[in-house]
Design a protein around this ligand. Sequence first.
Ligand code: PLP
Length: 415
Amino acid sequence: MTVVAISKQKGLDVERVRADFPVLNQKISGHPLVYLDNGASTQKPSHVIDTIKYFYEHDNSNVHRGIHTLSQRATDRFEGARKTVQHFINAESEAEIIFTSGTTESINLVAHSFVRSSFAAGDEVLISAMEHHSNIVPWQLLEQQIGLKLKVIPINDKGELIYEEFEKLLSEKTKLLAITQLSNALGTITPLKKMIDAAHAVGAKVLVDGAQAIAHAEVDVQALDCDFYAFSGHKIFSPTGVGVLYGKRALLDAMPPYKGGGDMIKVVSFSGTEFNELPYKFEAGTPNIAGVVGLAAGLDYVSEIGINVIAEYEHELLEYATEKMLAIEGLRIIGTAAEKASIISFEIDGIHASDLGTLLDSQGVAIRVGHHCAMPVMEFFGVSATTRASLAFYNNKADIDALVAAVNKAVSMLR
Ligand code: PLP
């Protein structure tokens, strides 16, 4: 890998980082691409693209199945990737790393294996009012199916979780706290460690939705002491269709399989089937092998630069962007938490978000408009949609300036 984009003393060399992302080097409608939709999905560095290409050209085969050379190579790369993930999030053991198709599947795995098998009617699951739909709907389904009770921690006008309300909702009935680390709609960072400790104090387990946080903050699952941690590859410069569920070994061991099929068994017989050990018990069927290999390449790339270097750079860029955006007449930022990262959601007086989004695209600026799969957040702030600029470490001040210029131009056309 040729990542030379940093000097630990000097911080991040964003121009060198940008050169690692070929997709950024193009024009849209005659304008240089300004990619500010990283909350939806991130771009991939050449290292990830080349690793996947190399895999398909040299090592492609199924895993855990054959004695031939390619199958062994594919298996080595797949299991090597598991170790990479283990180290990236500092899990105690690689057996605690389950490959899934993404955060959504990881959360559903916890819902349909852990919760469905061990919760009773009336047991409570606590979430916050700023969750992504993928950390709301699985619990609503279980409300209908097994009678669990979903309770929602409210947020304030800045989009911060109201900690005192969380404490009031916590009780011995709380069996699971399922909470985002970083809100995709608002950019709010939740006080995770404090919440995990408080949930544990009443005997609840904690599932962290790390879909957004994983690319912007250091994650140490042992230091956090969370019971489950879910994230997606595509949010961290890696392929789509691959993700991770981390779970504490004792919990995963006690949980029943979530899907049945090949690879998750030791012996199958009509008189009874014996399941495989961890982590394979939860990985039925042929996995996204090239995706997993690509994920390891993406995590290696981030590690090489240093997640703390990235976080510091993005923090400065967010401050710059916030100041510039607030200077636009009639613009209101939705989500102004004291602890915030990487996201600016906003609305502009009298202008519909989708009209704005279309005009920004015609100037080469890619942002997202809509409810961001967080409709309750939109309801809370009394809007049907916001325009969202979400940053990554390959964005620079010129991107922000281009966004501001494009918004100003769009506003002058729409008013
Ligand atoms: N949770 C959060 C906070 C998200 O931002 C997203 C995706 O935007 C998800 C969960 C779902 O991730 P995926 O669609 O990759 O499963």
